[in-house]
Design a protein around this ligand. Sequence first.
Ligand code: ATR
Length: 289
Amino acid sequence: MSPEKNTTKTLRAGVVGWPIAQSLSPTMHSYWISEHGLDAEYVPLGVAPEEFSTLIKSLPEKGYVGVNVTIPHKQAAHRLCSTLDVDARAAGAVNVLIFENDKIHGRNTDVLGFCAALEDALGADAARTGPVVVLGAGGAARAVILALARSGAAEIRVLNRTRTRAEELTEELAQELGGAEFKIFEWGDWQNALAGAGLLVNTTSLGMVGKDTLDISLESLPQKACVVDIVYNPIETGLLAEAKARGHRTMDGLGMLMHQAVPAFEAWFGATPAVTAELRRALEQELNG
Ligand code: ATR
């Protein structure tokens, strides 16, 4: 892809990922742009990992005030930044870039976004009812784990296909966890990892449209445990469907998507957007339609 030069005063932002067609961010930000009557646009930018840094460096001169960064670029984005906010530094991952005076500022709004969404959907105690199981050890997992620690999780069990990545994550985040304790389980050891858990969170891309399904057994997950998937396309992933069928309370990926976007929109466009039931309906409509 090659984003065009901006010859107008229109403020530009976008979302950079690979693949990108599944992203709802353009629909969401465009909804807020028209709600606030702004002269602005928000576009999808698909770019492969090897082209990522060249693309990012080319955006400011094309009129971009910033971008969201999504799978698989969140850790690469972290390495490109001149400054980082506290959560981006702690997570080692960035989901928002702000371009300003030849500098690239990196933020991680996924941490706050996940905290807000969890509280909205499952209540303030959701991370405090027992060990929390996190599937994945990528950029999104880092933000989710920080959010869980902040929300009061006492024990965080991490499972990742590539075990070394889980080990790196636990080493790097250990300082940031307050009192929370990490345990690593083998990918596929659902039986032991889920036993006695209070919350299960999928942060991998498994279950997303176009990706493999998440092949997990919820057999040993206690009935009272809640299940969260940060994948939002489809809204009801295989994991959430199975969890609902077993009677678990669930949270889908739209809440985190909407809440992480608020501070990004504010930083780029100077207006504070609202997370509303109407916005959720617009996003659901886009997904279903
Ligand atoms: P993000 O920044 O959004 O988290 P990422 O850093 O590419 O994206 O991380 C993707 C996550 O999904 C990782 O935990 C990845 O596992 P690996 O570290 O082993 O790559 C996980 N994932 C992706 N495809 C997977 C698959 N087919 N099976 C198991 N896990 C997978």
